[in-house]
Write a protein that binds this ligand. Structure first.
Ligand code: RNT
Ligand code: ZN
Length: 418
């Protein structure tokens, strides 16, 4: 049987449950995942005076072929996108500004520094998302930024965040797709603080100043990302979950939940429904924490599938903004993008192939035996045959066929980056 024939056969299996697989694929085609650019260069960026990665995040490994400039990064993204079904968005950070060899301070970045990105995205019909870069900088060297006791430092980062939101607005206007500008800061303390309230008061005040600047939500949406701890900030994080969830709710902006930013047994899949009851939209950084916020490549594991189920069965594909956030420097970086993004899409597909109404009914009836039995049986239904067909009709390699493309690219392009 060829791919189409296998698809037709698999379709019948799901039709038994009243699932229209052709319709499912149309739905999946509309989904946009925000692919983070920073997997391509280990979160280095293109600033003239380059600073060491800081903020309690770490890219480990020295796999050859890291993108060293915007042209290489865009070429690598093009390669990765050619192996991923669908049309997506690219997530940029302020450190990916192009300033023509001129040192431009972060509080002075402007839309013009992202013109090349915008033109590149336009040509390909891609959307762009954005992030101020509030780490890896001399003014963040003590691990404090928007909550810093020193007003000059806070003001610097406030100006940077405002400048970033304007770049987000520019992306939205130029590309006709709303940009999500997400703010994450590393602020925290290694050891037990003697004051927990003061830094949070200062952060709140800084955010108030940042968001006082009005930016049209048609073009740009703002999000704030919490975290439980970072390396060097083990005891206290200023921007904790409670802090930002309250801040976002009160100020009409989005909360962004990063799957690596909670205690190890705490899961984001369980948080989505609660967020959806109280906010119009919620944003995600889908990552894979291994013992800590390690940012491993996203795999097709239970938690990813559970997240996808929460989005799909709550009819929230247009309310949950799905972004990826991982950076592994120990494997081919293009493969990392392809694996992680294909897995995210595959998880959404798998969630769309579940008879949710029937399972919900079983739960309502208290029939937990059948609920569990059906959930387990569904796990070995022929998802793969549907996924392969989806890849085929999207003109991207089927199954592991993409690996040889990446190998070829590594040989001809990446290996020459010495
Ligand atoms: C850090 C946060 C943040 C960064 C990126 C680079 O713990 O997850 O989102 O990973 O902004
Ligand atoms: Zn994140």
């Amino acid at each position: 049987m060829n791919i189409k024939e296998k698809y037709e056969a698999a379709k019948q299996e799901y039709a038994k449950f009243g699932i229209d697989v052709d319709k499912v694929l149309e739905e999946l085609q509309k989904v946009k995942v925000s692919v983070h650019c920073w997997q391509g260069d280990d979160v280095t960026g293109f600033e003239v005076s380059q600073n060491q990665l800081s903020g309690g995040i770490q890219a480990t490994g020295n796999y050859p072929g890291r993108a060293r400039n915007p042209e290489e990064l865009r070429a690598d993204l093009d390669k990765a996108l050619s192996l991923i079904p669908g049309k997506h968005k690219i997530n940029l950070h302020a450190i990916y500004a192009e300033t023509n060899g001129k040192a431009v301070e972060r509080d002075e970045i402007k839309p013009e520094h992202f013109e090349n990105w915008v033109n590149w995205a336009k040509e390909r019909g891609l959307g762009l998302d954005f992030n101020p870069t509030i780490f890896s900088h001399p003014k963040a060297s003590d691990g404090l930024t928007l909550s810093h006791p020193n007003k000059e430092i806070r003001d610097f980062w406030i100006r940077h965040a405002i400048a970033s939101r304007k770049i987000g607005e520019y992306f939205g206007k130029e590309l006709g797709q709303t940009c999500l500008t997400n703010l994450w800061i590393p602020d925290g303390y290694k050891d037990i603080p003697s004051d927990r309230l003061g830094p949070r008061k200062r952060l709140k005040d800084s955010l108030d100043q940042i968001f006082a600047e009005k930016v049209d939500t048609k073009y740009n949406l703002d999000a704030v990302e919490s975290k439980v701890f970072g390396i060097g900030a083990e005891s206290y994080t200023v921007g904790s979950s409670e802090f930002y969830i309250n801040y976002a709710a009160k100020n009409g902006i989005l909360s962004l939940l990063d799957t690596g930013h909670y205690h190890p047994t705490e899961v984001v899949s369980d948080k989505i429904s609660s967020m959806l009851l109280f906010s119009e939209k919620v944003a995600l950084h889908v990552s894979r924490p291994v013992r800590w916020d390690s940012d491993h490549v996203v795999i097709f594991d239970d938690e990813l599938k559970e997240i996808a189920k929460e989005i799909v069965r709550n009819d929230a594909l247009d309310r949950v903004i799905i972004g990826l956030d991982f950076f592994d420097a120990s494997i081919n970086r293009i493969a990392a993008w392809v694996i992680g993004t294909r897995n995210m899409l595959k998880a959404l597909l798998s969630a769309m192939l579940i008879p949710h109404d029937q399972l919900i009914k079983l739960q309502e009836e208290g029939n937990f035996t059948e609920r569990l039995a059906l959930m387990e049986e569904l796990k070995t239904y022929p998802l793969g045959d549907i996924w392969n067909y989806y890849c085929e009709i999207n003109n991207v390699p089927v199954k592991e066929d993409w690996i040889k493309d990446v190998k070829e690219y590594e040989k001809t392009i990446l290996e020459n980056r010495k």
